[in-house]
Write a protein that binds this ligand. Structure first.
Ligand code: GLA
Ligand code: ZN
Length: 679
């Protein structure tokens, strides 16, 4: 057993996934368990959508199916992640307490239907959801199959009902204290908005401050606060269920499954309340491998670098997209090793058995409708199950020794995308991904951390699109450079305070001294209008969307615009800062991938952080260090052709048992993976 984080202690990487015995007669369980054994499955997530079965009416409980599922799992030597099932309401509940149904952004009170459909401020929902969580904990706290608690499912969305309006006002009172402070924070002297009574405040919706949807608000301050409030309101539901569980189950770790880069909820506000982080990885169509990697690293950053769980991924296809491509042979294995490489201590699927009816009947599953074990997907799942089992516990609890941090900030994300001007075309995650990817293709391990994180362990801090600069962040970034580190930030950074009020100083606000620049003007252009940027005298990169015009205040140009009236002015600058050779880099425009790679490579090079396989564009690397100091080096070949490499150190590949010599050949098959234990 290897227990170094708040995640459950297990003898190997837990493998399995969401399983819905409530959808099936008992005989099916016999067949399923035979197949689970064949696939090396030792972990089942049960009860995610079982509320209406568990509680057919208020005050009536029926644990038959869960009893059977947990007893059966225990008898088979499997463990259960037990869900509280509170993400989908039973119909009787919505009928008895109509207040539980959400009111949407357009102001429409919904009737019963779908899931993720409860109002977080509803007292009836709070009472009944915590009661069901408590009754499950009371019954199963000491069950031998119980491994972890899984509260609700993919918390998200928002509600705009009267109960939420009232809760918002209470939340605002606690945050701002006085109406004067609130008026100042929201800058309500604009458009005659000065509030004189808390009761005048409405949730910002299509009926109030917004037009053209959730991104267009007359008052960023109100909308930012509503997003924070909704984050906290849903978190309140989680915390209340967790407390109900803790009344009976003191130690079993508790999580809820997140969604990676999910804009509506600031997961950093949630993180302290989870025992371990877990998330569901469904990359967008055509997303490069660095998209999932960024999300994994963001999830690992939630608990200070502690391993997280991959709670869901599809073994083959999704169902909810307009077009649902199949994972090609080998892709599932590679994506799973990628998750482990980035800190996952569990590999789980949605779903173990395909549902017979309703909207997910075509969603990929380990076991399809025909119940076969001779399908291509089952074979791949079983092969990976065997591989993970053979690996044992070596990766569990291992940490990423990153010397590069990337700041990820939901407030900046929200503020950037709900502001009018300079450009609606800039999306936060695109800019963040550009710099994350640039560091990853250079072979650097990256911790994706909140702006409140301790930065003292990092040589390089990347702060792309750091739109809001809150608290003492600017001083802490300066401290990085003062001890010789490098800080990089980009266009549209340092623009607002925590309320998204502009700083009454030169752009980039509190970041200006570190960056040694001043920005007075910026030019936003249509998506198809790009400008070349000359980098380091020889490379021409392409830039787009926003062109800030930089007036150096001590910084030296590293890249320059070569067209328009700002031709010859700096597009990328470097500022020496402090006594120990620290630097602040400012990128004033949205560079293309190649341009960002070039810039980030200069920065990483200064600190010796370019990885040994950086020349192999398709080969991803990641390091984890186990609690006993063993260094594990993951190599992932994202190409469908083999990769011929030269080993940078002597090592043993834990997946094949083969020894590689330093300087000797190291081959990865198409979509191949290696887990090198370095010597
Ligand atoms: C989410 C949910 C699951 C299921 C899958 C389908 O991650 O948590 O219940 O709907 O999506 O991809
Ligand atoms: Zn509500």
């Amino acid at each position: 057993m290897n227990r170094t984080s708040g995640a459950p202690g297990t003898p190997r990487i837990p493998y399995g996934g969401d399983y819905n015995p409530e959808q099936w007669p008992e005989e099916v369980a016999d067949a399923d368990h035979r197949l689970f054994t064949r696939a090396g499955v030792d972990t089942l997530t049960v009860g995610v959508f079982a509320w209406s079965l568990l509680q057919p009416a208020e005050g009536v409980h029926d644990f038959t199916v869960l009893d059977r599922a947990l007893d059966r799992a225990a008898a088979e030597g499997r463990r259960v992640v037990l869900a509280t099932g509170t993400a989908a309401l039973p119909p009787w509940l919505a009928r008895a307490y109509p207040e539980v149904n959400r009111t949407d952004f357009e102001g429409r009170r919904h009737g019963y239907g779908q899931r993720h459909n409860f109002c977080p401020s509803s007292p009836a929902y709070r009472r009944l959801s915590t009661a069901v969580a408590g009754s499950l904990a009371q019954r199963y706290a000491t069950h031998p199959a119980l491994l972890a608690w899984h509260i609700n499912n993919e918390y998200g969305g928002a509600c705009y009902c009267r109960l939420c309006a009232k809760a918002f006002r209470d939340w605002l009172r606690a945050r701002h204290g006085t109406l004067d402070a609130l008026n100042d924070a929201w800058w309500t002297s604009f458009w005659s908005h000065r509030y004189t009574d808390w009761a005048e405040i409405e949730p910002p919706s299509a009926l109030t401050e917004h037009w053209r949807g959730p991104d267009h608000t007359a008052f960023q301050g109100i909308t930012l606060d509503y997003q924070r409030f909704m984050t906290d309101a849903l978190l309140g539901c989680f915390v209340a269920e967790k407390e109900a569980i803790r009344a009976h189950s003191a130690d079993t770790p508790v999580t809820t499954n997140f969604m990676g880069m999910y804009r509506p909820l600031d997961y950093h506000r949630w993180a302290p309340h989870l025992d371990f982080a877990s998330w569901d990885c469904y990359p967008p169509l055509d997303a490069p491998p660095t998209w999932a990697a960024l999300a994994h690293d963001l999830m690992r950053g939630l608990k200070g670098g502690a391993p997280f769980w991959l709670m869901e991924q599809t073994p083959s296809t999704t169902a909810c997209r307009d077009v649902n491509p199949l994972r090609r042979p080998g892709e599932l294995r590679l994506a799973s090793w990628q998750a482990v490489a980035h800190g996952a201590d569990a590999v789980l699927y949605f779903q173990m058995r395909a549902s017979r009816g309703a909207c997910e009947k075509y969603h990929g599953a380990v076991i399809g409708h025909a119940g076969r074990d001779d399908t291509r997907v089952f074979r791949e799942v079983a092969a990976l199950g065997a591989e993970l089992k053979d690996l044992g516990d070596v990766t569990l609890g291992a940490r990423t020794p990153a010397r590069t941090a990337l700041l990820f900030d939901w407030d900046s994300w929200w503020a950037l995308e709900i502001s009018d001007g300079p450009s609606r075309l800039v999306t936060y995650v695109d800019v963040v991904h550009t710099y994350y990817r640039a560091a990853r293709v250079a072979g650097a391990d990256v911790d994706v951390v909140p702006v409140t994180a301790d930065l003292s362990a990092y040589d390089v801090v990347l702060a792309p699109a750091l739109h809001l600069v809150k608290g003492d962040l600017a001083q802490r970034l300066e401290a990085v450079a003062q001890r010789g580190g490098t800080v990089l930030t980009t266009f549209l950074s340092g623009r607002g305070d925590e309320h998204d009020r502009a700083f009454l100083t030169d752009v980039p606000g509190p970041l200006a001294p570190l960056m040694g620049v001043r920005v007075d003007e910026w030019d936003a252009r249509p998506a198809d209008e790009t400008h070349p940027v000359r980098l380091g005298g020889d490379l021409d990169a392409t830039a787009g969307l926003v062109f800030e015009i930089v007036i150096p205040q001590g910084a030296e140009p590293i890249g320059t615009y070569t067209t328009d009236f700002y031709a010859g002015t700096p597009a990328v600058t470097r500022n020496r800062f402090g006594e120990r050779g620290g630097e602040g880099w400012y990128v004033a425009t949205h560079l293309d991938a190649g341009g960002a790679e070039w810039v980030v490579r200069q920065v990483l090079d200064r600190h010796g952080l370019v990885g040994p396989y950086a020349g192999h564009a398709d080969v991803e690397t990641a390091t984890r260090v186990t609690p006993d100091g063993t260094r594990l080096f993951f190599l992932l070949n994202h190409a469908t052709r083999p990769a011929e490499l030269t080993a940078h150190e002597a090592a043993t590949d834990l997946l094949t048992g083969k020894h590689v010599e330093r300087g000797g050949p190291l081959a990865l098959g198409p979509l191949g993976a290696a887990v090198l234990r370095l010597e």
